[in-house]
Design a protein around this ligand. Structure first.
Ligand code: TYM
Length: 338
């Protein structure tokens, strides 16, 4: 209709660090949803390698992990012709906007971040300033692309809230510069727990490899880890208080099969944990199989990956520059001496 602007297609953005090989937690809590949402929305997805150096990285391993995680983004099904898929450090606007935003973020706000408190406790010998200002860089990632929706696991909720606060504060001073983003946290899979200690989040930095499933673990390794998963002494496949291990396995099985917890309880009525663990292991193997197969093909084609990364960075930089220059102009940076 005349004079009527068509409704803008919603934008989504999310990133994953390249500090190691991603886990089943990353996949079920985030990556799987990226791919689903990318069918419907304008998507931008990045390997957050700048974030990864808040913890010391071995340079050769770090380069390799960044390549692997980039290949993984394509292996999960993201189509670089439809979504912008890129490596964060190749788009300089992220670090630039992060500096500007850091001047609109309070020390007290950052001090309250639980991830900072946890990480500074687990890396007490390297509590660097980057670890402290990490959420500001994350806010820049999101705000540069004017994202409406940010699909993440539950552990990123607090960082999303701070991104919203920073954006609202900036908009409050300078007018409408940034879209205020909403977190998209899935009902199922938002917090996959360790298989060895189900009171702790599944994490790639867990020193105990039995605690996590790496996305690239081979089927026999996956099955072995599920068979040794910590449960309880009840031998009853049901959701319940104090049954963290079983609750976690039911959650994982539900994500992989689409069955509800009630259906799972019904199907495993009268069966022991041995049968259930084997079924969960099998479901996870089948879920990850196509991803691993595609990943292996992609990793063998470095030239293709490089090409996609270059094009992705160019497109991302173009989009990001629009927002960055708008924000810098509002703040009063001199653009041209007349
Ligand atoms: P990262 O790299 O730790 O994890 C990537 C995504 O995986 C989710 N996740 C989990 N979900 C369920 N269960 C788990 N056990 C689990 N472990 C991880 C995370 O919630 C995340 O969605 N700071 C971010 C990366 C980042 C980012 C961004 C995210 C940088 N910039 C901008 C969104 C938007 C991080 O460290 O995620």
């Amino acid at each position: 209709m005349e004079n009527q602007t068509p409704e803008r297609k919603k934008k989504i953005l999310s990133c994953i660090q390249s500090s190691g090989i991603p886990t089943l937690g990353n996949y079920l809590g985030a990556l799987k949803n990226w791919n689903l949402l990318a069918q419907e929305f304008d998507g931008a997805f990045a390997v957050a390698d700048l974030h990864a150096i808040t913890v010391r990285q071995n340079p050769a391993e770090f380069r390799q992990h960044t390549k692997e995680v980039f290949a993984l983004l394509l292996a999960i099904g993201l189509d670089p012709e439809k979504s912008v898929v890129f490596i964060q450090s190749q788009v300089p606007q992220h670090a630039q906007l992060a500096w500007v935003l850091s001047c609109y973020t309070q020390f007290g706000e950052m001090s309250r971040m639980t991830q900072f408190k946890d990480k500074s406790a687990s890396h007490a010998d390297n509590v660097n300033v980057g670890l402290f200002t990490y959420p500001v860089l994350m806010a820049a990632d999101i705000l540069l692309y004017q994202a409406d929706l940010v699909p993440v696991g539950a552990d990123q909720k607090q960082h999303l809230e701070i991104a919203r606060d920073i954006a609202s504060r900036f908009n409050g001073i300078y007018g409408n510069v940034f879209t205020i983003p909403d977190a998209y946290i899935p009902k199922q899979g938002a917090r996959i727990m360790s298989l060895a200690d189900p009171t702790k989040k599944m994490s790639k930095s867990d020193p105990n490899p039995k605690g996590y499933i790496s996305i690239f673990d081979k089927p026999d390794v996956i099955m072995k880890k599920f068979k040794s998963a910590v449960t309880d002494s009840e031998a009853h496949v049901a959701v319940g208080e104090g049954k963290d291990g079983v609750n976690n396995l039911i959650g994982i099985y539900s994500c992989c099969t689409g069955l509800t917890a009630e259906q799972i309880e019904h199907d495993f009525e009268g069966k022991g944990y041995g049968d259930f663990k084997a079924a969960v292991g099998e479901a996870v193997i089948e879920q990850l199989r196509p991803v691993r197969e595609k990943y292996e093909l992609l990793m063998a084609d470095g030239a293709y990956l490089n090409d996609v990364a270059k094009k992705g960075a160019q497109t991302a930089s173009h989009i990001a520059e629009r927002t960055l220059s708008k924000a810098m102009k509002k703040v009063g940076f001199l653009q041209e001496i007349k």
